[in-house]
Design a protein around this ligand. Structure first.
Ligand code: FES
Length: 164
């Protein structure tokens, strides 16, 4: 594709590039700072977003836009123990929805909300790469439970309660 020639082309492209660079840098810094904020606070509340917006001198709408665009950012607090239930196809056909129901009954919270004591939250995830063990539950980053039945749910949760 040939570029349209114009009398001030060089100057105009320089201006555009300057703008692209400034936007690129802002986005990079913003995403980096939001990652750090989420690591520190656990989630990105309105107050934290406001703080980031003021410190980076960016409009709050831009911060909010980035937070809502990327699904690794969350605006809701999570439990200290995050219980991830795989709802991928293999797990679903093996009854993962029944595991979710039992977890909600036991903990008395909807999905993605922390228990009142802040200890647990339940999240749906896609394939965890352990389909032969379906249905699979992951607690925290490393504790995998395979071929989970609804009746095992309370025993699994109790392990984390006892670990206090
Ligand atoms: S579908 Fe659940 S681990 Fe693959």
């Amino acid at each position: 594709m040939s570029l349209v020639q114009c009398p001030d082309c060089e100057k105009l492209y320089a201006e555009l590039d300057q703008h692209i660079d400034s936007v690129k840098d802002n986005m990079g810094v913003l995403i980096n700072v939001l990652h750090k904020a989420q690591e520190i606070f656990g989630y990105l509340s309105e107050e934290v977003q406001q703080h980031v917006s003021e410190r980076l001198n960016l409009p709050l709408s831009q911060v909010y836009g980035v937070v809502t665009f990327y699904n690794f950012f969350t605006m809701k607090p999570k439990g200290r123990h995050q219980i991830k239930v795989c709802l991928g196809t293999a797990c679903y056909v093996k009854g993962a929805d029944k595991i979710v129901e039992r977890l909600q009954d036991e903990l008395k919270v909807p999905m993605n909300e922390p228990t009142p004591d802040g200890e647990f939250s339940i999240h749906a995830v896609r394939c965890l790469g352990a389909c032969s063990m379906a249905p699979v539950v992951l607690i925290g980053e490393d504790d995998y439970y395979g071929r989970v039945t609804p009746d095992e749910v309370s025993k699994i949760i109790a392990k984390y309660r006892r670990a206090e």
